[in-house]
Design a protein around this ligand. Structure first.
Ligand SMILES: *[C@@H]1O[C@H](CO)[C@@H](O)[C@H](O)[C@H]1NC(C)=O
Ligand SMILES: *[C@@H]1O[C@H](CO)[C@@H](O)[C@H](O)[C@H]1NC(C)=O
Ligand SMILES: *[C@@H]1O[C@H](CO)[C@@H](O)[C@H](O)[C@H]1NC(C)=O
Length: 300
């Protein structure tokens, strides 16, 4: 009698597992990349997002941690060069068997442009949909507010960036210098930005960046309309200041990058792979309802 019960339990458990796997077998795992002043796992930020996605999408969710502790991870957002971060993450993701069949990727703030860099450079990472929330695809000029830093430290950063962003020292030392985009000095930006100008094919065209980006099913860019951290707002949709001044902005489609199709974005647009979404509110301020309504369709 006891044995019968055991088998019954065993089979229902087995069927249940089979069912769960069947229901979600077409859903891909999700990789998250945090922003500056944040880490992989704080319960009030990406740790919470991870739980939310695990329970509602029902897939494996990996939140990228740079280094071996929360402190290192936090510091990396300011001090570990994006080129190095992307290389480390590329190696780490390729070792994760759960991600071998592809995954969707969500980047928060600067994690957005880092994930795009990963898509372009890391051919072993098979990203299907790339979602960037408040990313800075054309860089920033100005740093009105810095998350998690005192206003004095933030002021100091801003001064350093204004005067010395394109020096070798700053390019090696401060992550934000690598995507500082001075529209008054486009030539300097193109010649000396050691990260953003490279992944945006500014100086020369790396065809593998174009080819790898084309492999995406969708490239979804979310702009926060009331953002007080990212300047200009349009960079979140790959727009920027018109070259030579810092007042008037232009959309992606008016830019030389798009018109001459140096990165394959025009081709992606022709293929309906570019998605522009907006969210009312300040930097990364979204609700679960908003996230479900706007983004779940790319994750299911
Ligand atoms: C283009 O990008 C690939 C992938 O990151 C890299 O291996 C290659 O060296 C780059 N090509 C040039 C000419 O820089
Ligand atoms: C930028 O690079 C180009 C070509 O490599 C060079 O001709 C030019 O002098 C450089 N400009 C500056 C400001 O470094
Ligand atoms: C956000 O900005 C829009 C204009 O882009 C404005 O109409 C709206 O009132 C702002 N919302 C908040 C909450 O500040």
């Amino acid at each position: 009698m006891a044995q019968t019960k055991f088998w019954f339990f065993f089979w229902s458990a087995a069927l249940c597992i089979v069912n769960v796997q069947k229901v979600y077998s077409d859903r891909l795992p999700i990789v998250l990349w945090h922003g500056m002043g944040d880490t992989c796992c704080f319960p009030f930020s990406l740790g919470g997002v991870r739980k939310f996605l695990e329970s509602e999408i029902g897939v494996y969710v990996k939140s990228i941690e740079i280094g071996n502790s929360i402190v290192e991870d936090f510091k990396s957002g300011y001090l570990v060069h994006p080129n190095q971060q992307i290389e480390m993450v590329c190696a780490e993701l390729s070792k994760d068997a759960m991600l071998n069949n592809g995954f969707n990727a969500i980047g928060f703030s600067q994690g957005g442009q880092f994930l795009r860099g990963l898509v372009q450079r890391c051919s072993t990472a098979r990203v299907k949909n790339l979602i960037t929330l408040g990313g800075q695809h054309q860089g920033v000029f100005g740093l009105p507010n810095c998350p998690s830093l005192s206003s004095r430290t933030c002021d100091r950063f801003r001064q350093l960036l204004n005067y010395a962003a394109y020096t070798e020292l700053m390019q090696n030392f401060l992550v934000q210098a690598t995507y500082w985009h001075d529209p008054l000095n486009e030539v300097k930006y193109k010649n000396f930005s050691t990260f953003l100008a490279d992944i945006n094919n500014e100086l020369f065209i790396n065809q593998s960046y174009v080819a790898n980006l084309q492999k995406l099913n969708n490239f979804v860019m979310v702009q926060f309309n009331n953002d007080t951290i990212v300047q200009p707002l349009e960079t979140q949709w790959f727009g920027y200041y018109k070259p030579g001044q810092d007042k008037v902005t232009q959309g992606l489609k008016e830019s030389e990058l798009f018109i001459k199709d140096r990165l394959g974005l025009k081709k992606m647009d022709d293929d309906n792979k570019l998605v522009f979404l907006e969210c009312e509110g300040n930097h990364l301020q979204f609700t679960k309802e908003w996230f479900r309504e706007k983004l779940f369709s790319y994750l299911m």
